[in-house]
Structure formats: C-alpha cells, structure tokens
Design a protein around this ligand. Structure first.
Ligand SMILES: [Zn+2]
Ligand SMILES: [Zn+2]
Length: 99
C-alpha cells in the first residue's frame, strides 16, 4: 500500500482540519472508478477525512459534492505532476486533465 503523497500526517482531516474525535477519519481515494481508484492507491493519491462530515454524508462531503470532489481532483493532479511526470503522462494514466 502506497503512502499518501498529499498528506503525510493522518491525524487531521485534509478538508476541514478536525482531528477525528467523534467522526473518525477515513481514507479517500482522490479518483474513483476503474482503473482510477487502483491507480490512486498505487500513486498515493489519497487523503484522510472525517468519515461522516467530509467523506460520505455531509452536504459538502466529497462523495456528495462535485465541487469538493473537483477541488481534490485538482490538488491530486498537481501533486502527481510534481512527483511523477508531465501533464500528458497524467492524462494518459487517468484519462483526463482536471487543471
Ligand atoms: Zn471516498
Ligand atoms: Zn473533515
């Protein structure tokens, strides 16, 4: 399992900064679907976020709110390009340019 390249410290929520008390942090892969989720795992494109509020159920949670999802897509692509390769290579791997 690869380490996140977006967040080395797993003790706070990547989105809101809370520490998981009362709403335990969960791992979120920045890109979903097949094969993007698997690639996210390989490349470390994942973050730790409040399971209820920021991940699954809140009105602005990443699985409910396209705006939040898009913000993470952009950050993930920037981190990928900084670490692994060019924009063209990112697009070949993930099928899309988010920036
Ligand atoms: Zn998720
Ligand atoms: Zn949060």
């Amino acid at each position: 399992m690869a380490k996140s390249i977006l967040q080395s410290d797993r003790t706070y929520c990547f989105i809101c900064g809370r520490n998981g008390n009362g709403d335990p942090l969960e791992e979120h892969h920045c890109f979903s679907g097949n094969p993007s989720r698997k690639l996210s795992e390989q490349d470390g494109l994942k973050v730790y976020i409040c399971g209820n509020r920021c991940h699954r159920n809140g009105p602005k949670s990443v699985h409910r709110c396209q705006k939040t999802a898009n913000a993470l897509h952009k950050l993930a692509q920037m981190a990928w390009e900084a670490k692994y390769g060019t924009r063209k290579q990112f697009m070949e791997r993930y099928g899309k340019n988010y920036l």
